[in-house]
Each structure stands twice: as C-alpha cells, then as structure tokens.
Ligand binder design. Structure first.
Ligand SMILES: C[S@@+](CC[C@H](N)C(=O)[O-])C[C@H]1O[C@@H](n2cnc3c(N)ncnc32)[C@H](O)[C@@H]1O
Length: 211
C-alpha cells in the first residue's frame, strides 16, 4: 500500500515538473500541444471541462460574420462556430500543426458546414487578409505562442475597425495565462478592453479594435 502511495506521489510530482518545464520552455520555443494529445481538447469530456457551449455563447456569433480562430486544434470550437455564422458568414482557422489540421479535416469530411477555410501557418506570420474579420478568438492557445505580441499584432491587423478579439483561458492548461497578463498584453497592442466573463478557472476576456 505504501509503495503504491509513493508511486502515485512520484507520478504527480513528475506531472507537475513536466508541466512547469513545458510552460517555461514555451516562452522561448514553439512547443504546442502535440496532436497525440488532441483527445484532451476534443470530445464530450473536453466539451464539459472546457465549456464548449458556454464559450460559443460568449463569442456572440450571428449569421454573416467573418470569424477567425487562432489554433483551432481538431476543431472543437471552430466547426460549430462556422455553423453559427451561416448563412452568409465565413470561418477561418489558422493552425500551426498539420496533424491537428488532418484531424479537423477528417471531421469535416463527415459533416462540413461549407464555409470554413483552413490555413496551416504560425499565427506570428501575416497570413490573414487585413481588416476583414469581425471576430478573432483564441482558446487555450496564447501561452503556446512564444512571440505572443506578434501574434496579437497580426490579430489586430486582421480585424476590421470595431472588430472583437476574444481570449479564453482555462485553468489546468499548462500554458494558462492570467486575466491580468492577457489584458495588459492586449492593451499594449492597441486593443480596448471591453469585459471579462467567467472566473479564474475559465475566463473570457473581450476586447475591441478601436474604430
Ligand atoms: C491546447 S490546443 C487548443 C485547441 C482549441 N483552441 C480548443 O480550445 O479546443 C492549442 C492549439 O493551438 C495551436 N497553436 C499553438 N501555437 C500556434 C501558433 N503559433 N500558430 C497557430 N496555432 C498554434 C496548437 O497546434 C494546438 O492545436
């Protein structure tokens, strides 16, 4: 019994060390959530833990909007979000990892809303059309990007004047960013803070591009 306890404690300690090392290293190098862990950000459990329905409500989607998700992974949010901007709307996903996009495409093959564009790129690269998006959002992604400022500057450029930036952070994500850090960084790029919903466990920070 005592051996088992030590094994469990050892595993917990290892998990904590790996999490902090990953978090620290991600400030310097791009070490995104590997696609073998995509199950952690997809499926019924992820929907419950990450509050998929609640996040979609907070995005305030409506038909006709042009929306962009940075780091959609296997598409937990992007696919239903794309549906919510129909008719007339368009959704774009900018994803760094091809294997994540492969998973997303496999889901689309079964059920495609038909208004999704996928771009395989680093969000720090200027891959989005300027001033065209009504909404850009990131969910548990910001902390995975070493040059967060550049990524947010690109989001700023991609939005139309008056467009919204929404950042969702969930406690338990190894790359979790505090609400204060998110706000300070977004304001330093030129966004105007609009509101904070949720709590420390699952927060949604909304900003606007002045216009
Ligand atoms: C933790 S997953 C979150 C997936 C999705 N946003 C969700 O909440 O279900 C983070 C995703 O961001 C992507 N990512 C990380 N850094 C990125 C970057 N610089 N540009 C684009 N995507 C990135 C990763 O490849 C991964 O798919």
């Amino acid at each position: 019994m005592q051996t088992l306890l030590w094994i469990v404690l050892g595993l917990v300690a290892l998990l904590v060390v790996v999490t902090f090392a990953w978090r620290w290293a991600s400030r310097r190098w791009a070490l995104p959530c590997p696609s073998i862990l995509s199950g952690a950000v997809d499926g019924t459990l992820a929907d419950k833990f990450a509050g998929t329905r609640e996040t979609l409500e907070r995005l305030e989607l409506r038909p006709g909007l042009t929306i962009v998700e940075i780091g959609p992974g296997p598409g937990r949010l992007l696919i239903p979000a794309a549906r919510l901007v129909l008719p007339g709307g368009k959704a774009i996903g900018v994803e760094l990892q091809p294997p994540m996009l492969d998973k997303l495409r496999r889901k689309l093959a079964a059920d495609d809303p038909g208004n999704l564009e996928l771009i395989c790129a680093d969000a720090t690269q200027p891959v989005l059309p300027a001033g065209a998006a009504d909404l850009v959002y990131l969910c548990t992604v910001l902390g995975e990007i070493p040059d967060r400022r550049q990524a947010l500057e690109n989001c700023f450029a991609a939005l139309r004047p008056g467009g919204r930036l929404v950042i969702v952070e969930i406690m338990g994500d190894p790359h979790y960013q505090t609400r204060g850090k998110v706000r300070a960084l977004c304001e330093s790029v030129g966004f105007v803070f609009e509101r904070l919903t949720g709590n420390w466990r699952r927060s949604t920070s909304s900003f606007r591009k002045p216009g």
